[in-house]
Design a protein around this ligand. Structure first.
Ligand SMILES: [Zn+2]
Length: 271
């Protein structure tokens, strides 16, 4: 099953048409990512409307000024399968005060993830040391480093902690050699693929708005790097997706919970 493990469908014009186009190319699942309180209702509405769309809830480091406690309101929503995206972005050289705030928000969300036993989606750029020390401080958390652009040293340290690594269209870029190196070296059972749309359209769609259908191109490229057929990439990355995001219930599996069943089985309501 080919899945776009990280997309921002709510930022696309005509998300319904974009989903249709992706399904027509064989994409069978979409994880729509929450980044702030302002956008979360739109993310959840898309997941509520489509059995093959799931949602995450979290606060991006770019939104670090806001209090993230709103996240707790959504933890038992039946379509929410992960926390994030969360993390650190020191690439644009924020002030020392902002760095401290980013670390506090990330720490809080990792704590929530441990408490809820939910996987996390991590954005990390230019903050390898600080990211690793927070992951090490939360040994009960698990998840994925998404749209990976950092060093193999960070990837391998995160792998040792049990994390997955997700490869975006950057792997197809001329200057993406470090991402290609990581994509070749990752263990097969820790690799995911994503678009991060609407940004970062892969070759041969450079310059266009990215969309979930283009995960097919990134998956094919990763397959070539690793010597896998298209079927193998879909099967392996799809299995990894379902193992990590273990609240995902596939449509038609007979295991799909209705929203009301899921609510009554929610962890918080039973404890
Ligand atoms: Zn994102």
């Amino acid at each position: 099953m080919l899945v776009d493990s990280h997309c921002h469908l709510n930022y696309l014009d005509e998300p319904e048409a974009r989903l249709k186009a992706a399904r027509a190319r064989g994409v069978q699942g979409f994880l729509c990512i929450g980044v702030d309180a302002e956008g979360i209702e739109a993310v959840l509405a898309l997941a509520d409307d489509h059995p093959d769309v799931w949602a995450s809830v979290g606060q991006h480091p770019d939104a670090a000024a806001a209090d993230p406690s709103w996240i707790e309101t959504y933890l038992d929503h039946p379509r929410v399968v992960a926390l994030g995206e969360m993390g650190l972005d020191f690439y644009r050289q924020p002030s020392a005060r902002e760095k401290t705030l980013q670390q506090a928000r990330f720490d809080y969300q990792l704590h929530l993830a441990e408490r809820q036993d939910m996987p996390v989606i991590i954005h990390t750029r230019g903050a390898e040391h600080e990211t690793l020390s927070l992951l090490r401080a939360h040994p009960g958390a698990r998840g994925v480093l998404h749209c990976f652009t950092e060093s193999w040293e960070l990837a391998s340290a995160a792998l040792e902690l049990g994390y997955y690594v997700s490869i975006s269209g950057i792997v197809t870029f001329r200057n993406g050699e470090n991402v290609r190196d990581v994509a070749r070296r990752l263990p097969s059972d820790r690799l995911l693929v994503e678009t991060d749309c609407p940004w970062l359209a892969p070759v041969p769609h450079r310059g266009k708005t990215n969309e979930p259908a283009f995960v097919v191109d990134t998956a094919a490229f990763v397959g070539e790097l690793r010597g896998w057929s298209a079927e193998e990439v879909s099967r392996i990355t799809g299995e990894n997706f379902c193992r990590l995001f273990d609240r995902v219930r596939l449509p038609g599996s007979g295991d799909a919970r209705s929203p009301s069943q899921a609510r009554s089985q929610g962890r918080n309501s039973s404890s």
